[in-house]
Design a protein around this ligand. Structure first.
Ligand code: SF4
Length: 961
């Protein structure tokens, strides 16, 4: 009775409960963190999920979402059979007939084989937050269509691209803060959803060890609530803060000069002469370029000889500042400066006072922050006695710790200035010397990679041919205008205009523009759009109501403008209504899956880690994993990689594909790195092992490879690690990965805009845009939407974030999680709300220039007075997700997306409301105003939208038992 007062544990998670007959291990997918879980079964029925204590990522920790997976499994919103829209019905009416999988595959095979044989780009495959982009990308490439991307263009491509184009790695799956060794942690623009359990575990240890945690965010929720200090900031202004911090560090000479000289391009000489070389590094024809893609044979200015010297020559002393003239040689007489000199000039005016007026943080606080990060980085420097050898053969006895760690995500990313903002953060971290050092930012395999990685997107019509795989992968990393995905007339090759002059470095595509572009035939029409796990008629789109109209738009002949729409989903999302063909997916508990080194693995700082899902339950009804759908279609369509030389099907099913597929004949590299080799004796690389799945099953569904300590730090320039990464195909080359404080890649695009560079040039109407935004150094500019907004009317910023109890739109169907959030409020600073006459809990209107929404207000002191915010994707269409007609989600919950425009007209032409460099959706840029709802107004959210139950959900009673 008084057990709670004793020292005995109330609940022993290790002890097997009597009623449990079986425990199976797999990997969670209630969010993207991929924690190890244990599914507890009683006579084959799932009764309990907990964290796997033996899993390296979460070590037994489980969150509310993870434990509630059981109610996702039992969701009455499960779709259980393939469905075909009834002839003559409209999309959105939800009129379907059930069909067999054989018929579904026949329909798809006939349609897709015709497209593939005639014009492969008429097939587009776009996916949501899936964890199998290596497979979906391979499918698109083998099909021969460039029209493929996942959700990154809507989510955080600015974070990925801004960092990867600067330091060769990024936050989230590819790197993160080393909180075990940090003393100061600065988190900026991060909600709870990115790195949930691992971040919570790390933060609790960090705080217990006495670390200081500063959160910079317009909203103080989640992680920010336990920060030692919260610094509110206006959305979209983080870049200005970084510019001011760099200004202060350089003004005070508090930067890691030896690190910058040796490991970044800061000391390398940039040509200042007008013409084709202006702003580009000069190259020494007598030195080895080492890497022909991104040559290393540049110059530095040597302080001792007062001359330009090859940049890695022994015995030289590079300078970071000054202006020089090249002496005798191939560049004689050219004016040059070290790149760092240009950075210093770039930040000369970005004072704390300048940033204060933009960010709403006081100049004094910015100065104090600059001093604090510098004092921690340099004043608390430490050495770890780990010897390592750098790329130039120099041996080092230790690695230096600079214990300032940062973490950032969508709060920086989802703005139209997010790429340059992220570049600003990456350069700031580089000034502090915290890249892949103890206590700072650390990479996770397969990163670091070349700056940027060597894959290039298709760049001509010749890369896209009928019945032929694409010559290049659909997504890649341009380094020059010639890499853009343009036809010979300069028109976009892709339906989403990724890699066009409108968004040249669109590394994750622009899924948010696909439907509108396809309906408008801009740049061309398509035939079949296949959507997997993306709710594009609701929360994964910007102008929701218009997109819903687009999905039903018809030509004058009565045919749909997007002739065939295939939706694969496990649940009755708002998107399912619009499908012509619905493919019922399984849940994560019913399928095999891999978190692959070819994609986004769960690597740790100390080495590569990949993991799998192994089914713990049989699929419900006729559900089939999308993985199996792709393998089946690829086999039926006879893609080369899925067909034997004799023309036969190569892989029996998805598990067989994962076991036997290799990236190239006999490469020894496949989707999984664990237990390779015939007997499973080889890590990372080796022949296929027929028993590989069994080995993962025996080992907590995870393969962890620990590198020796001498390979764990300074990996951009660590010879031992770079050799290891090349040997195991994490990289193609083993040359050093220099930090691009100055990006000559961006400068190439800028030169194209000025006409000074030979080769491809932007069209006249985009020249100024390219010139302005492709600054080779970070800079801050206001979000593009500000240019077309009356800021005196729309004075407030509006943003969203995902709650820690729900992930995307998946969890409003979850009977347990709905008890935490069944509807969302608009959180408004109390003073702001009172100024507008809006009471706590009252109905109100939030309006942008693009639309308005009725919602309920919640007063809050934990939000900046000029910002309002809400949880994302809790509001639902009526009857969607098998919720009742009067569910809170549709009557009280609301979607901020109705206020956001997909397109902006800037300077007389219309473009995507996205970052002009990467195409990242600028959905955090919207400006709004507030008004109380009238007493006579209906107390329910507006707009109201209706979804429909689909056949097969009659199994819902059985599913929900
Ligand atoms: S953090 Fe994400 S992956 Fe981990 S248990 Fe929670 S929902 Fe599952």
């Amino acid at each position: 009775m008084f057990k709670i007062f004793s020292n005995d544990p109330v609940h022993d998670p290790i002890k097997k409960q009597e009623s449990i007959t079986e425990i199976k291990k797999t990997t969670c997918y209630m969010c993207a963190c991929r924690c190890g879980i244990r599914a507890h079964l009683r006579d084959g029925e799932l009764v309990y999920i907990d964290g796997n204590p033996e899993h390296p990522l979460n070590q037994g920790v489980i969150c509310a979402k993870g434990a509630s997976g059981i109610m996702k499994q039992k969701s009455p919103a499960r779709i259980t059979q393939p469905l075909l829209r009834k002839a003559g019905s409209n999309r959105g009416d939800g009129e379907f007939e059930a069909i067999s999988w054989d018929r579904a595959f026949e329909i798809l095979t006939k349609r897709l084989s015709h497209i593939r044989a005639t014009d492969p780009k008429k097939f587009a495959l776009f996916t949501g937050r899936d964890q199998m982009q290596a497979l979906t990308g391979l499918f698109a490439r083998q099909f021969g269509t460039p029209n493929y991307a996942a959700h990154g263009g809507f989510c955080s491509v600015n974070m990925a691209a801004g960092m990867i184009y600067t330091i060769g790695g990024s936050f989230w799956e590819f790197g993160g803060p080393d909180l075990d060794q940090a003393k100061l942690f600065v988190m900026i623009g991060t909600a709870e959803d990115h790195h949930s359990n691992p971040m919570k575990i790390a933060l609790s240890k960090f705080k217990r060890a006495g670390g200081r945690f500063i959160s910079i965010n317009p909203v103080r929720t989640g992680y920010s609530a336990i920060a030692d200090e919260w610094i509110p900031i206006k959305p979209g202004t983080d870049g200005a803060l970084f510019m001011a911090l760099m200004h202060e560090l350089i003004r005070l000479e508090k930067y890691d000069a030896p690190f910058l000289k040796r490991f970044s391009n800061s000391a390398q000489l940039v040509c200042m002469d007008d013409g084709a070389e202006e702003g580009l590094f000069l190259y020494d024809p007598d030195s080895d370029p080492i890497n022909l893609d991104l040559p290393h044979n540049k110059y530095i200015w040597d302080e001792q000889t007062q001359s330009a010297q090859p940049c890695f020559k022994q015995g030289t002393s590079p300078v970071l500042l000054g202006e020089y003239t090249m002496g005798p040689g191939p560049h004689q007489g050219k004016k040059v400066v070290p790149a760092f000199e240009l950075l210093k000039r770039q930040v000369s005016e970005t004072t704390p006072e300048w940033a204060s007026a933009i960010t709403s943080i006081s100049a004094e606080r910015i100065r104090k922050l600059a001093l604090e990060i510098a004092d921690t980085a340099f004043g608390q420097e430490f050495e770890l006695p780990i010897s390592w050898t750098d790329s130039w053969g120099e041996k080092h006895d230790s690695v230096t710790g600079r214990p300032v760690a940062f973490h950032a995500m969508r709060g920086l990313s989802a703005h139209s200035n997010g790429f340059q903002t992220t570049r600003g953060l990456a350069v700031l971290m580089s000034l502090l010397g915290t890249i892949d050092r103890p206590g700072g930012f650390r990479h996770k395999a397969p990163y670091p990679r070349q700056v940027p990685p060597n894959a290039k997107p298709p760049s001509s019509e010749n890369d896209i041919k009928p019945n032929t795989p694409l010559a290049k992968p659909p997504l890649g990393w341009p380094t020059q205008p010639e890499d853009l995905a343009l036809d010979s007339q300069g028109n976009p090759l892709r339906i989403d205009k990724a890699y066009s002059w409108e968004h040249p470095l669109a590394a994750h595509g622009l899924m948010h523009n696909v439907i509108t572009n396809a309906v408008k035939g801009d740049p061309y029409s398509i035939d079949t759009l296949m959507i997997f796990m993306a709710n594009m008629s609701w929360n994964s789109t910007m102008n929701t109501m218009e997109v819903r109209e687009h999905l039903n738009a018809k030509n004058s002949d009565g045919e749909f403008k997007i002739p065939f729409l295939v939706v694969c989903d496990a649940f009755q999302s708002e998107m399912v209504d619009f499908a012509d063909l619905v493919l019922p997916d399984t849940t994560y508990l019913e399928r095999h899956d891999v978190m692959s080194m070819l994609d986004r693995p769960i690597s740790e700082f100390d080495g590569p880690v990949d993991s799998v899902r192994i089914p713990v339950l049989e699929p419900l009804g006729e559900c089939k994993p999308f993985q199996e759908v792709l393998i089946e279609l690829a086999s039926r369509l006879k893609f080369p990689a899925f067909t034997t030389p004799e023309g036969e099907r190569k892989f029996k099913d998805y598990p067989d594909f994962i076991t036997r597929f290799q990236t190239a004949p006999d490469s020894g590299i496949g989707f999984l790195g664990g237990w390779r080799g015939k007997d499973g004796e080889k890590p990372l690389k080796g022949e296929p092992n027929p028993n590989q799945w069994e080995k993962y099953a025996e080992n907590n569904c995870v393969h962890q490879y620990h590198m020796p300590p001498e390979h764990q730090y300074m990996r951009n320039w660590n010879k031992g690690y770079l050799d290891f990464s090349k040997e195991n195909a994490l990289r193609q080359k083993n040359d050093p990965i220099m930090i691009a404080v100055y990006s000559d890649i961006l400068q190439r695009f800028r030169l194209a805009a000025t006409g000074k560079r030979p080769g491809a040039q932007p069209p006249a109407h985009l020249k100024d845009r390219i010139y302005k935004y492709f600054d080779p150094l970070p800079f801050w500019y206001p979000p593009l939407e500000d240019e077309v907004t009356d800021l005196s009317k729309f004075t407030l910023n509006a943003i969203t974030q995902r709650p820690m109890a729900m992930y995307h739109s998946w969890d409003s169907q979850n009977a347990w999680l709905r008890q935490i959030h069944s509807h969302n409020y608009l959180y408004v600073n109390t003073a702001t709300a009172l100024t507008h006459g809006i009471a706590d809990g009252a109905w109100m209107w939030i309006e942008s220039q693009w639309g308005k929404v009725k919602c309920m207000a919640r007063h809050s002191e934990a939000v900046d007075p000029e910002t309002v915010w809400t949880w994302n994707a809790i509001g639902k269409a009526e009857s969607a997700w098998s919720l009742s007609d009067n569910a809170d989600e549709s009557k009280k919950g609301f979607l901020l997306n109705h206020l956001i425009s997909e397109k902006l007209t800037l300077g007389g032409f219309t473009v995507s409301n996205s970052d002009p460099i990467t195409g990242q959706a600028g959905w955090y840029d919207v400006r709004v105003r507030l008004a109380p709802a009238g007493d006579d107004e209906l107390q329910e959210t507006w707009p109201q939208v209706k979804a429909h139950e689909v056949p097969g959900m009659s199994l819902k009673k059985e599913a929900g038992k």
